[in-house]
Design a protein around this ligand. Structure first.
Ligand code: SAM
Length: 273
């Protein structure tokens, strides 16, 4: 059999969420499995009686290990990449290896399966026709607000990954930058304590307690009414943004983006000059 790089989705919690094809490829067709944490993946593989050699491939050794894996592929090996959870490469390592393999004409074979993004989106109750996945929200407030700002005029459902210990700050910034849009926190998907919390960012923040700030989470934010039908006068919209905690120039930028105007237009509407 010729060399191939298989990208195999694995469960995001519930061990039953793995495809028949994934099990067959991992058990019968590959020479090695590259995974983030060998101990973590060994549990899944043991559960299914898969005893292929594992090699660690994570964000800290992605370059060197990727080179070794590419070398092995060139030599004819068949290698599967899996991650700790869900679809590899989605906020997980592997992108450079796939690009390099594809550039050399080595077949790259994706095996679809779970990913927290679509699992959360389909049950969120928010529009699914168009969505933007923004990866992890930045840990620092300034960048986080900038990221939210950048997507604020998007007519799509926004989907982000977030770490549980930052959820309060993230909701506070969503409230400040995006206002009272519908927000869904999708927690512990496919696990025993799976939960969907729905409300505005302010409501969700007020309802947080120690039990529901644990575990893995996806944040989904609905398209704002304001994005589509904001009929407040521009100076009022800027004043409201400042009142919610933004710096004046950030508020001007925010309103400009929401209305599809230039910063200069908004500045002139506010200052009259
Ligand atoms: N590759 C994965 C995928 O396809 O979903 C995502 C990997 S990323 C490093 C991990 C993040 O995904 C977590 O911090 C969380 O935001 C989200 N996530 C993963 N599993 C989840 C679950 N069972 N419930 C909620 N969110 C989850």
């Amino acid at each position: 059999m010729p060399a191939a790089l298989y990208l195999v989705a694995t469960p995001i919690g519930n061990l039953e969420d793995i495809t028949v094809r994934a099990l067959r490829i991992l058990k019968e067709e590959v020479d090695r499995i590259a995974c983030e944490d060998t101990r973590h993946s060994r549990k899944l593989l043991d559960h299914y009686g898969i005893s292929k050699p594992l090699v660690s491939f994570h964000e800290h050794n992605e370059r060197e290990r990727g080179d070794e894996l590419l070398h092995a592929l060139r030599a004819g090996e068949r290698i599967a990449v899996i991650s700790d959870a869900g679809t590899p490469l989605i906020s997980d390592p592997g992108y450079r290896l796939v690009a390099a393999a594809a550039a050399e004409g080595i077949p790259v074979v994706p095996l679809p399966g779970p990913s927290a993004i679509l699992t959360a989106l389909c049950a969120s109750g928010l529009p699914t026709d168009s969505f933007v996945f923004g990866g992890f929200l930045p840990p620092k407030q300034i960048q986080r607000r900038k990221t939210l700002e950048a997507w604020s005029a998007s007519p799509a459902t926004l989907v982000f990954y977030e770490a549980p210990h930052r959820i309060r700050e993230a909701l506070a910034d969503i409230d400040t930058v995006l206002g009272s849009r519908p927000v869904v926190l999708a927690r512990e998907l496919t696990k025993m304590h799976e939960e969907f919390l729905r409300g505005t960012a302010a409501e969700l923040r007020a309802g947080l307690h120690s039990a529901n700030t644990r575990g893995e989470m996806v944040i989904l934010i609905g398209r704002g009414e304001a994005t589509m039908h904001d009929d407040r006068p521009i100076p009022q919209a800027v004043a409201d943004a400042i009142a919610s905690g933004m710096e004046r120039m950030d508020a001007i930028k925010h309103v400009a983006r929401q209305r599809g105007l230039s910063k200069r237009d908004v500045y002139q509407a506010v200052t009259g000059s």
